[in-house]
Design a protein around this ligand. Structure first.
Ligand code: UDP
Ligand code: MG
Length: 331
Protein backbone atom coordinates (compact mmCIF):
# COMPACT_ATOMS: atom_id res chain seq x y z
CA UNK A 1 0.00 0.00 0.00
CA UNK A 2 1.47 3.36 -1.06
CA UNK A 3 0.80 6.32 1.15
CA UNK A 4 0.33 9.59 -0.73
CA UNK A 5 0.50 12.87 1.18
CA UNK A 6 -1.68 15.52 -0.41
CA UNK A 7 -0.17 18.90 0.47
CA UNK A 8 -2.52 21.85 0.07
CA UNK A 9 -1.42 25.45 0.72
CA UNK A 10 -4.49 27.42 1.81
CA UNK A 11 -4.88 31.15 2.20
CA UNK A 12 -8.47 32.22 2.85
CA UNK A 13 -9.92 29.09 1.25
CA UNK A 14 -12.84 28.25 3.57
CA UNK A 15 -15.18 27.80 0.61
CA UNK A 16 -12.81 25.78 -1.55
CA UNK A 17 -11.53 23.26 1.01
CA UNK A 18 -14.75 21.20 1.36
CA UNK A 19 -15.14 21.10 -2.45
CA UNK A 20 -11.52 20.07 -2.80
CA UNK A 21 -11.82 17.34 -0.18
CA UNK A 22 -14.94 15.94 -1.84
CA UNK A 23 -13.40 15.86 -5.30
CA UNK A 24 -10.18 14.34 -3.99
CA UNK A 25 -12.07 11.58 -2.18
CA UNK A 26 -13.96 10.81 -5.38
CA UNK A 27 -10.72 10.43 -7.35
CA UNK A 28 -8.96 8.44 -4.61
CA UNK A 29 -11.84 5.94 -4.53
CA UNK A 30 -10.99 5.04 -8.13
CA UNK A 31 -7.33 4.36 -7.37
CA UNK A 32 -6.39 1.03 -5.91
CA UNK A 33 -3.41 0.25 -3.69
CA UNK A 34 -3.05 3.73 -2.22
CA UNK A 35 -3.83 5.38 1.08
CA UNK A 36 -4.18 9.14 1.32
CA UNK A 37 -3.04 11.58 3.96
CA UNK A 38 -4.16 15.19 3.66
CA UNK A 39 -1.88 17.89 4.89
CA UNK A 40 -3.45 21.32 4.66
CA UNK A 41 -1.20 24.26 5.35
CA UNK A 42 -3.12 27.27 6.60
CA UNK A 43 -0.98 30.19 5.50
CA UNK A 44 -2.23 32.69 8.09
CA UNK A 45 -5.77 32.86 6.70
CA UNK A 46 -8.06 35.57 8.03
CA UNK A 47 -11.32 33.74 7.31
CA UNK A 48 -12.64 30.47 8.76
CA UNK A 49 -10.06 28.25 7.05
CA UNK A 50 -8.51 26.97 10.28
CA UNK A 51 -11.96 26.21 11.72
CA UNK A 52 -12.84 24.22 8.58
CA UNK A 53 -9.57 22.30 8.91
CA UNK A 54 -10.13 21.51 12.59
CA UNK A 55 -13.59 20.23 11.76
CA UNK A 56 -12.33 18.06 8.89
CA UNK A 57 -9.61 16.70 11.18
CA UNK A 58 -12.23 15.66 13.74
CA UNK A 59 -14.34 13.99 11.04
CA UNK A 60 -11.52 12.25 9.22
CA UNK A 61 -8.27 11.47 11.08
CA UNK A 62 -6.37 11.29 7.78
CA UNK A 63 -6.78 15.06 7.49
CA UNK A 64 -3.85 16.85 9.11
CA UNK A 65 -2.96 20.50 9.15
CA UNK A 66 -0.26 23.02 9.93
CA UNK A 67 -1.30 26.57 10.71
CA UNK A 68 1.10 29.53 10.40
CA UNK A 69 1.34 32.45 12.78
CA UNK A 70 0.80 34.84 9.84
CA UNK A 71 0.77 34.84 6.04
CA UNK A 72 4.18 33.63 4.86
CA UNK A 73 3.28 33.01 1.22
CA UNK A 74 2.63 29.92 -0.87
CA UNK A 75 6.30 29.00 -1.16
CA UNK A 76 6.67 28.75 2.61
CA UNK A 77 3.45 26.75 2.77
CA UNK A 78 4.82 24.24 0.26
CA UNK A 79 8.02 23.94 2.28
CA UNK A 80 6.09 23.35 5.50
CA UNK A 81 3.94 20.76 3.74
CA UNK A 82 6.89 18.84 2.36
CA UNK A 83 8.70 18.82 5.68
CA UNK A 84 5.68 17.68 7.71
CA UNK A 85 4.21 15.10 5.34
CA UNK A 86 4.63 11.43 6.20
CA UNK A 87 3.81 9.75 2.87
CA UNK A 88 5.99 7.71 0.48
CA UNK A 89 4.79 9.91 -2.35
CA UNK A 90 3.93 13.59 -2.00
CA UNK A 91 1.74 15.78 -4.14
CA UNK A 92 1.36 19.57 -3.95
CA UNK A 93 -2.03 20.88 -5.02
CA UNK A 94 -3.96 24.18 -4.93
CA UNK A 95 -7.10 24.26 -2.85
CA UNK A 96 -9.19 25.88 -5.59
CA UNK A 97 -9.38 22.77 -7.85
CA UNK A 98 -7.36 24.53 -10.55
CA UNK A 99 -5.04 21.54 -10.27
CA UNK A 100 -7.41 18.78 -11.40
CA UNK A 101 -7.28 15.78 -9.01
CA UNK A 102 -8.40 13.64 -11.97
CA UNK A 103 -4.80 13.74 -13.28
CA UNK A 104 -3.53 11.97 -10.19
CA UNK A 105 -3.94 8.36 -11.40
CA UNK A 106 -1.88 9.16 -14.50
CA UNK A 107 0.77 10.87 -12.39
CA UNK A 108 0.85 7.92 -10.04
CA UNK A 109 1.39 5.49 -12.93
CA UNK A 110 4.26 7.62 -14.25
CA UNK A 111 6.13 7.16 -10.99
CA UNK A 112 5.23 3.61 -10.01
CA UNK A 113 5.13 1.98 -13.46
CA UNK A 114 7.20 4.14 -15.79
CA UNK A 115 10.02 4.79 -13.35
CA UNK A 116 9.91 8.60 -13.13
CA UNK A 117 10.88 10.44 -9.94
CA UNK A 118 8.23 13.09 -10.35
CA UNK A 119 5.19 13.80 -12.46
CA UNK A 120 4.62 17.48 -13.16
CA UNK A 121 1.78 19.32 -14.83
CA UNK A 122 1.54 22.32 -17.09
CA UNK A 123 -1.48 24.05 -18.51
CA UNK A 124 -1.45 24.54 -22.23
CA UNK A 125 -4.19 27.17 -22.30
CA UNK A 126 -4.80 30.16 -20.11
CA UNK A 127 -8.44 30.77 -20.84
CA UNK A 128 -10.32 32.64 -18.16
CA UNK A 129 -7.24 34.62 -17.23
CA UNK A 130 -6.88 38.35 -17.98
CA UNK A 131 -5.03 38.57 -21.36
CA UNK A 132 -2.52 41.07 -20.00
CA UNK A 133 -1.59 38.64 -17.24
CA UNK A 134 -1.14 35.77 -19.73
CA UNK A 135 1.00 38.00 -21.94
CA UNK A 136 3.40 38.92 -19.16
CA UNK A 137 3.48 35.35 -17.86
CA UNK A 138 4.56 34.11 -21.30
CA UNK A 139 7.23 36.81 -21.58
CA UNK A 140 8.49 35.87 -18.14
CA UNK A 141 8.93 32.19 -19.04
CA UNK A 142 10.68 33.05 -22.30
CA UNK A 143 13.03 35.45 -20.48
CA UNK A 144 13.77 33.03 -17.64
CA UNK A 145 14.69 30.28 -20.08
CA UNK A 146 17.12 32.60 -21.83
CA UNK A 147 18.88 34.05 -18.83
CA UNK A 148 19.04 31.13 -16.42
CA UNK A 149 20.43 27.61 -16.55
CA UNK A 150 17.31 25.91 -15.32
CA UNK A 151 14.55 24.90 -17.69
CA UNK A 152 11.16 26.41 -16.97
CA UNK A 153 8.19 25.07 -18.87
CA UNK A 154 5.63 27.65 -19.94
CA UNK A 155 2.47 27.23 -17.88
CA UNK A 156 4.15 24.91 -15.37
CA UNK A 157 2.11 24.51 -12.19
CA UNK A 158 3.31 23.72 -8.70
CA UNK A 159 1.03 20.66 -8.98
CA UNK A 160 3.45 17.76 -8.88
CA UNK A 161 3.60 14.22 -7.55
CA UNK A 162 7.04 13.27 -6.29
CA UNK A 163 8.93 10.54 -4.52
CA UNK A 164 10.23 10.98 -0.99
CA UNK A 165 13.76 11.19 -2.38
CA UNK A 166 12.78 14.07 -4.66
CA UNK A 167 11.01 15.87 -1.80
CA UNK A 168 14.04 15.46 0.47
CA UNK A 169 16.21 16.97 -2.26
CA UNK A 170 13.86 19.98 -2.38
CA UNK A 171 13.98 20.31 1.40
CA UNK A 172 17.76 20.24 1.37
CA UNK A 173 17.57 23.57 -0.51
CA UNK A 174 16.72 25.53 2.59
CA UNK A 175 16.98 29.00 1.10
CA UNK A 176 14.71 31.75 2.33
CA UNK A 177 13.79 33.16 -1.09
CA UNK A 178 12.00 30.15 -2.46
CA UNK A 179 10.96 29.97 -6.08
CA UNK A 180 9.55 26.45 -6.33
CA UNK A 181 9.22 26.31 -10.08
CA UNK A 182 12.96 26.89 -10.32
CA UNK A 183 13.87 24.63 -7.39
CA UNK A 184 11.90 21.76 -8.96
CA UNK A 185 14.06 22.01 -12.07
CA UNK A 186 17.28 22.62 -10.17
CA UNK A 187 17.20 19.35 -8.20
CA UNK A 188 17.04 17.37 -11.43
CA UNK A 189 15.70 13.77 -11.46
CA UNK A 190 13.44 12.33 -14.12
CA UNK A 191 10.22 14.25 -14.58
CA UNK A 192 7.25 13.39 -16.72
CA UNK A 193 5.20 16.36 -17.97
CA UNK A 194 1.46 16.03 -18.18
CA UNK A 195 -0.55 18.69 -19.98
CA UNK A 196 -4.03 19.94 -19.29
CA UNK A 197 -6.43 22.72 -20.20
CA UNK A 198 -6.78 25.58 -17.76
CA UNK A 199 -9.59 25.18 -15.24
CA UNK A 200 -11.19 28.14 -13.51
CA UNK A 201 -11.26 28.53 -9.77
CA UNK A 202 -13.96 26.47 -7.99
CA UNK A 203 -14.73 29.12 -5.35
CA UNK A 204 -13.20 32.19 -3.71
CA UNK A 205 -10.84 34.45 -5.60
CA UNK A 206 -7.21 34.59 -6.68
CA UNK A 207 -4.65 35.77 -4.10
CA UNK A 208 -2.26 37.09 -6.72
CA UNK A 209 -2.50 40.69 -7.77
CA UNK A 210 -0.54 41.82 -10.80
CA UNK A 211 1.96 43.59 -8.56
CA UNK A 212 2.47 40.49 -6.41
CA UNK A 213 3.11 38.42 -9.54
CA UNK A 214 5.57 41.02 -10.80
CA UNK A 215 7.53 40.87 -7.57
CA UNK A 216 7.38 37.08 -7.64
CA UNK A 217 8.87 37.02 -11.14
CA UNK A 218 11.69 39.33 -10.04
CA UNK A 219 12.35 36.93 -7.14
CA UNK A 220 12.57 34.10 -9.65
CA UNK A 221 15.05 35.96 -11.82
CA UNK A 222 17.25 37.02 -8.91
CA UNK A 223 17.20 33.51 -7.44
CA UNK A 224 18.18 31.71 -10.62
CA UNK A 225 20.13 34.08 -12.82
CA UNK A 226 23.01 36.54 -12.53
CA UNK A 227 22.47 37.82 -16.06
CA UNK A 228 21.11 41.22 -14.93
CA UNK A 229 24.38 41.80 -13.06
CA UNK A 230 26.44 40.92 -16.13
CA UNK A 231 24.20 43.13 -18.21
CA UNK A 232 24.89 46.08 -15.91
CA UNK A 233 28.65 45.53 -16.19
CA UNK A 234 28.37 45.10 -19.93
CA UNK A 235 26.50 48.42 -20.23
CA UNK A 236 29.24 50.06 -18.18
CA UNK A 237 32.01 48.76 -20.44
CA UNK A 238 30.07 49.75 -23.54
CA UNK A 239 29.50 53.31 -22.29
CA UNK A 240 33.20 53.64 -21.43
CA UNK A 241 34.21 52.62 -24.95
CA UNK A 242 31.79 55.14 -26.46
CA UNK A 243 33.12 57.83 -24.12
CA UNK A 244 36.77 57.14 -25.08
CA UNK A 245 35.93 57.32 -28.79
CA UNK A 246 34.01 60.55 -28.24
CA UNK A 247 36.91 62.09 -26.32
CA UNK A 248 39.36 61.22 -29.09
CA UNK A 249 36.97 62.71 -31.66
CA UNK A 250 36.57 65.93 -29.66
CA UNK A 251 40.35 66.35 -29.26
CA UNK A 252 40.91 65.86 -32.98
CA UNK A 253 38.10 68.26 -33.84
CA UNK A 254 39.45 70.87 -31.40
CA UNK A 255 42.93 70.63 -32.91
CA UNK A 256 41.66 70.75 -36.49
CA UNK A 257 38.88 73.36 -36.27
CA UNK A 258 39.02 74.90 -32.79
CA UNK A 259 36.09 76.56 -30.92
CA UNK A 260 34.01 73.82 -29.31
CA UNK A 261 31.82 75.86 -26.96
CA UNK A 262 28.60 74.70 -28.61
CA UNK A 263 26.90 71.38 -27.90
CA UNK A 264 25.63 71.78 -24.33
CA UNK A 265 22.19 70.18 -25.05
CA UNK A 266 23.88 67.00 -26.23
CA UNK A 267 26.08 67.13 -23.13
CA UNK A 268 23.02 67.34 -20.89
CA UNK A 269 21.48 64.34 -22.64
CA UNK A 270 24.62 62.29 -22.21
CA UNK A 271 24.90 63.16 -18.52
CA UNK A 272 21.26 62.16 -18.04
CA UNK A 273 21.73 58.90 -19.91
CA UNK A 274 24.80 57.93 -17.92
CA UNK A 275 23.13 58.94 -14.68
CA UNK A 276 20.14 56.78 -15.54
CA UNK A 277 22.27 53.78 -16.39
CA UNK A 278 24.19 54.19 -13.14
CA UNK A 279 21.00 54.27 -11.11
CA UNK A 280 19.70 51.22 -12.94
CA UNK A 281 22.90 49.30 -12.24
CA UNK A 282 22.85 50.29 -8.59
CA UNK A 283 19.21 49.19 -8.45
CA UNK A 284 20.02 45.77 -9.88
CA UNK A 285 22.91 45.44 -7.48
CA UNK A 286 20.61 46.41 -4.62
CA UNK A 287 18.11 43.72 -5.62
CA UNK A 288 20.73 41.02 -5.30
CA UNK A 289 22.13 42.54 -2.15
CA UNK A 290 18.73 42.67 -0.47
CA UNK A 291 18.10 39.01 -1.28
CA UNK A 292 21.53 38.08 0.06
CA UNK A 293 20.82 40.13 3.18
CA UNK A 294 17.60 38.23 3.84
CA UNK A 295 19.39 34.96 3.19
CA UNK A 296 22.27 35.52 5.62
CA UNK A 297 19.89 36.39 8.43
CA UNK A 298 18.80 32.74 8.29
CA UNK A 299 15.30 33.44 9.44
CA UNK A 300 12.95 30.45 9.58
CA UNK A 301 10.93 29.92 6.41
CA UNK A 302 7.70 29.82 8.43
CA UNK A 303 6.51 29.90 12.01
CA UNK A 304 3.87 27.42 13.06
CA UNK A 305 1.14 28.38 15.52
CA UNK A 306 -0.79 25.15 15.69
CA UNK A 307 -0.44 21.77 14.07
CA UNK A 308 -1.83 18.26 13.79
CA UNK A 309 0.51 16.06 11.79
CA UNK A 310 1.69 12.50 11.47
CA UNK A 311 5.22 11.81 12.64
CA UNK A 312 7.37 10.78 9.73
CA UNK A 313 9.56 7.98 11.07
CA UNK A 314 8.48 4.34 11.01
CA UNK A 315 5.20 2.99 9.80
CA UNK A 316 3.19 3.57 12.98
CA UNK A 317 1.33 6.83 13.06
CA UNK A 318 1.43 9.05 16.08
CA UNK A 319 0.05 12.52 16.37
CA UNK A 320 1.91 15.59 17.47
CA UNK A 321 -0.84 17.45 19.21
CA UNK A 322 -1.06 21.20 19.00
CA UNK A 323 2.61 22.03 19.10
CA UNK A 324 2.21 25.71 19.70
CA UNK A 325 4.68 28.40 18.78
CA UNK A 326 7.00 25.80 17.37
CA UNK A 327 9.62 27.17 15.07
CA UNK A 328 10.42 25.32 11.89
CA UNK A 329 14.01 24.27 11.83
CA UNK A 330 15.35 24.42 8.33
CA UNK A 331 17.86 21.60 8.50
N1 UDP B 1 -1.84 30.58 -1.39
C1 UDP B 1 -1.15 30.52 -0.19
N2 UDP B 1 -0.57 31.67 0.30
C2 UDP B 1 -0.65 32.86 -0.35
C3 UDP B 1 -1.34 32.90 -1.58
C4 UDP B 1 -1.92 31.74 -2.07
O1 UDP B 1 -1.05 29.47 0.43
O2 UDP B 1 -0.11 33.85 0.15
C5 UDP B 1 -2.48 29.35 -1.93
C6 UDP B 1 -3.95 29.50 -2.25
O3 UDP B 1 -4.76 29.24 -1.12
C7 UDP B 1 -4.15 28.44 -3.32
C8 UDP B 1 -2.81 28.44 -4.04
O4 UDP B 1 -1.87 29.04 -3.15
O5 UDP B 1 -4.40 27.16 -2.78
C9 UDP B 1 -2.86 29.20 -5.35
O6 UDP B 1 -3.37 30.49 -5.16
P1 UDP B 1 -4.37 31.18 -6.19
O7 UDP B 1 -5.40 30.21 -6.64
O8 UDP B 1 -4.83 32.44 -5.55
O9 UDP B 1 -3.37 31.51 -7.37
P2 UDP B 1 -3.69 31.43 -8.95
O10 UDP B 1 -4.27 30.05 -9.19
O11 UDP B 1 -4.66 32.50 -9.24
O12 UDP B 1 -2.36 31.60 -9.59
MG1 MG C 1 -5.82 29.25 -8.33
Amino acid sequence: MDKISVIVPCFNEEESIPLFYQEMERVAAQMSGIALEYLFVDDGSRDGTLEVLRRLNRQDPRVKYVSFSRNFGKESAIYAGLSNAAGDLLVVMDADLQDPPSLLPEMYRAIREEGYDSAATRRVTRKGEPPIRSFFARRFYALMNRISDIELKDGARDYRLMTRQYADALLSLSEYNRFSKGLYGWVGFKTKWIEFENVERAAGETKWSFWKLFKYSLDGIVAFSSTPLYLASFCGVFMCCVAVLAIIWIIIRQLAFGGSAYGWPSMACIVLLIGGLLMLSVGILGLYLSKTYLEVKRRPIYICREKQVNQRRGSEISSAEHAEEEKAQND
